[in-house]
Design a protein around this ligand. Structure first.
Ligand code: 6CS
Ligand code: FE
Length: 307
């Protein structure tokens, strides 16, 4: 083979035509130094071992209230709607997710760049960071529907071209998260195993997958094995709590049939050293509001409502 025809093998293959074995992930979850930021060394170790960590009281009740008012305002944002960045439930038509919220909301932009948040992302990822995706997920009472089990990295690698699992999500609860109102479930330790998934990626898959993901999810036998091996935990806590989780942690959520609504802000931080390439599934890149292709580092903001 000539050099021109040599291609470097994808270390995280997925969307395969035939099933392949799971394998241990080759890259770490914690890329930075334990003492380089606001997370305590114990929190960093917990994050590294479990693939997630919860911090209560990231926002005060007053700060939560400000964000909640912003959610109500953004639901009617014409700019977001025109971009296709507002995703509705198939049946009820109620707002399920709003993307690119930090681009249209100065308040959310300030939240993300608050040093105690930004520096946590830098601490885990060991570099400057930028926003890969931001969203608000809304789960109304009675009719809110969940997300099936998945690893985010599997989608971001296949459909956005994220090279390595060097990204993290932060989810801030804007309502109380109980065990019974559709809270996020995670399998602790699952982030250390990579699960190649079977199935070709349809064109414009995101138009369906954001309502109901069917491609890029493990089969039931694999999920069963993982659940027995790792168990299932849940992100619960009062409004203002924050969950930080690794891009390859297996997670999902159930429907919310209680009357208690649930809303969370989701921010995906990616390392600037892990900027997007061509999607590994061979498909066209997803829109900018799902997979940001501008890896300009975030700068901290001081004197914001979140200080
Ligand atoms: O598409 C995304 O970026 C995210 N949404 C879903 C339903 N799965 C993968 C990832 O979490
Ligand atoms: Fe997810």
């Amino acid at each position: 083979m000539t050099a021109a025809h040599t291609t470097i093998a994808d270390p995280y293959p997925s969307r395969l035509s035939a099933p392949a074995d799971n394998f241990p992930r080759t890259h770490p979850a914690v890329w930075g130094k334990e003492k380089s930021g606001p997370f305590t060394p114990i929190a960093v170790q917990r994050y590294g071992n479990n693939g997630f960590h919860i911090e209560e009281g990231m926002l005060t009740p007053a700060q939560v209230q400000q964000c909640w008012s912003e959610v109500e305002r953004l639901q009617n944002n014409i700019e977001l709607d025109k971009m296709g960045a507002i995703v509705r439930e198939c049946h009820s038509g109620s707002v399920r997710s709003m993307f690119a919220v930090h681009e249209v909301s100065p308040l959310i932009d300030q939240l993300i760049r608050t040093p105690r948040i930004l520096n946590r992302a830098r601490q885990i990822l060991g570099s400057e960071v930028y926003i890969h995706q931001s969203r608000i997920n809304c789960m109304p009472g009675f009719s809110g529907s969940g997300f099936y089990w998945h690893s985010d990295f599997e989608t971001w690698h296949s459909e956005d071209g994220m090279p390595l699992p060097r990204a993290l999500s932060m989810s801030i609860a804007l309502t109380d998260n109980y065990p019974f109102n559709g809270g996020l479930m995670l399998m602790p330790g699952s982030h250390k195993t990579y699960i190649p998934c079977v199935g070709e990626t349809p064109k414009d898959n995101y138009k369906k997958s954001l309502q109901r993901q069917q491609i890029g999810v493990p089969d039931e036998e694999t999920i069963t094995k993982l659940a027995y091996e790792f168990g299932v935990e849940q992100f619960t806590g009062p409004a203002g709590s924050a969950l930080f989780f690794d891009s390859n942690t297996m997670h999902g959520s159930a429907n919310n049939i209680t009357p208690f609504p649930r809303a969370n802000i989701f921010v995906v931080f990616n390392s600037v050293e892990n900027a997007l390439r061509e999607p590994y599934a061979g498909t066209a890149p997803r829109p900018q509001y799902l997979g940001n292709r501008d890896a300009t580092p975030l700068t901290p903001v001081h004197d914001s409502p979140f200080d």
